[in-house]
Ligand binder design. Structure first.
Ligand code: SF4
Ligand code: SF4
Length: 177
């Protein structure tokens, strides 16, 4: 199967086939790369990644570090003159890469916080202080306040094998290795 078909087939059930089919109409204008805030500071080149996918360069795309440098800000998605759903295509490629063991350490780390705390970015003292200044309760009504809900998230992580996907160690409550 061509990589482009695999991407469309993988994202289709969640995002819709029509949405994913937009990948085929990229005209390589570069407006995605030109507006990418992450690309100003990192090696990510969105146009190149789309071209590599279209050229069936599956291994290169899945194993590239750049794939994980997208912040999913959706700027490219809004700028694309061909309505290529760039960000969602990137997320779908990441899903494929994750399944094949290419998940970036930084993303595995954020995922481990979801299992440990219910949040990819748990609350800290600075956020608590900001919440107080805004007249909000110091702790938000999430898993930070409702510990039983965290047990539900951990059960989901086990049942969906999300813990295995990120190599989570339940004894140390951290990533393995
Ligand atoms: S902006 Fe759209 S058409 Fe232009 S290179 Fe990026 S994805 Fe392709
Ligand atoms: S969604 Fe990702 S690739 Fe697109 S502009 Fe934002 S950081 Fe760049």
């Amino acid at each position: 199967m061509e990589f482009v078909d695999e991407i469309i087939e993988t994202g289709g059930p969640i995002l819709g086939s029509e949405h994913m089919e937009t990948l085929r109409v990229c005209m390589q204008c570069g407006k995605c790369t030109g507006g990418c805030p992450s690309g100003r500071l990192t090696a990510i080149r969105t146009r190149k990644m789309i071209l590599s996918a279209l050229l069936n360069m599956r291994d290169e795309v899945l194993s590239s570090d750049e794939l994980w440098l997208c912040t999913t800000c959706y700027t490219c998605y809004e700028r694309c003159p061909r309505n290529v759903k760039v960000t969602d295509i990137t997320r779908t490629i990441r899903n494929i890469a994750g399944r094949e063991g290419y998940l970036a350490k930084s993303h595995r780390m954020a995922a481990s916080y979801v299992i440990k705390t219910g949040h990819g970015v748990p609350i800290n003292d600075a956020v608590k202080e900001s919440r107080k200044k805004l007249g909000l309760s110091e702790i938000p009504p999430t898993t930070h306040a409702y510990k039983d809900a965290l047990k539900g998230i951990q059960t989901l992580a086990k049942k969906t094998k999300f813990d295995e996907l990120i190599d989570f160690d339940w004894e140390t409550m951290n990533l393995k290795e």
